[in-house]
Design a protein around this ligand. Structure first.
Ligand code: PLP
Length: 232
């Protein structure tokens, strides 16, 4: 495998470990989800060979195709999911980070019941309030929380957010903090059996800050593949 892929992966893992140490958190409290949406299949195989198990795709169709050709990995859907794609993607996705409405969650519960599955899902919340972003607003997720918890055949495991893209990762810190506070608030009013243990936050530019603010899943793409030359 390319030396560059190995050194990128090693560097990202070292930065995750360093951020955990600064935050007084165990290193295994944060999972790296390698976002492969722009990666060639050879690179993806290379990552899996290095020991990377969690892979993230933002388009359902590409996740389905890739999961069909590469076994031994755990595929996470991190991008927008239309209700008419739920049936096709559910058998391949071990975690869906991008639940952005009660209607979508209800549809997933219905189809999961038919297929005999219980997918892990995260609620995507647009805490920054940017108009361009998908996700529940904080107000909507609070309002829908009773109905969200009533959906069967799904495990609602936590929250996900995207911070605004900026050059300074510190500007993302309040966004990550708000997601953690919202998680704490929803957890405090949760029914028994609901555990919002996951916070999916942090990407290539800001994952260290996200870890300091409590992230349990960082979704890192471009940092892993920088310096690699595409073959086509
Ligand atoms: C592409 C993508 C990422 C990874 O972004 P990088 O900046 O390349 O690390 C993370 N989350 C989502 C939802 C994405 O679409």
């Amino acid at each position: 495998m390319s030396d560059r892929l190995t050194s990128n992966w090693t560097a990202v893992r070292a930065e995750i470990a360093a951020a955990c140490e600064r935050a007084n958190r165990p290193v295994d409290s944060v999972r790296l989800v390698a976002v492969t949406k722009y990666a060639e299949m050879d690179w993806v195989r290379g990552l899996v060979a290095l020991g990377q198990t969690a892979l993230g795709e933002n388009r359902p169709q590409q996740l389905i195709e890739r999961a069909g050709t590469l076994q031994g990995a755990e595929w996470h859907l991190i991008g927008h999911l239309q209700r008419n794609k739920v049936r096709a993607v559910l058998p391949f996705a071990s975690c869906i980070h991008s639940i952005d409405s009660l209607k979508l969650l209800a549809r997933i519960g219905e189809i999961a019941g038919e297929l005999g599955l219980t997918p892990r899902v995260l609620l995507e919340v647009n805490v920054s309030g940017e108009e361009s972003k998908d996700g529940f607003s904080a107000a909507t997720v609070r309002g829908d929380w009773p109905q969200i918890q009533a959906v069967e055949n799904v495990t609602v495991a936590g929250l996900m957010t995207m911070a605004p893209l900026t050059d300074d990762p510190q500007t993302a810190r309040p966004v990550f903090r708000r997601l953690r506070e919202l998680r704490d608030e929803l957890q405090a009013s949760a029914q028994p059996g609901i555990a919002l243990s996951e916070l999916s936050m942090g990407m290539s530019g800001d994952f260290a800050v996200a870890i300091e603010e409590g992230s349990t899943m960082v979704r890192v793409g471009s940092r892993l593949f920088e310096g690699l030359s595409p073959t086509h």
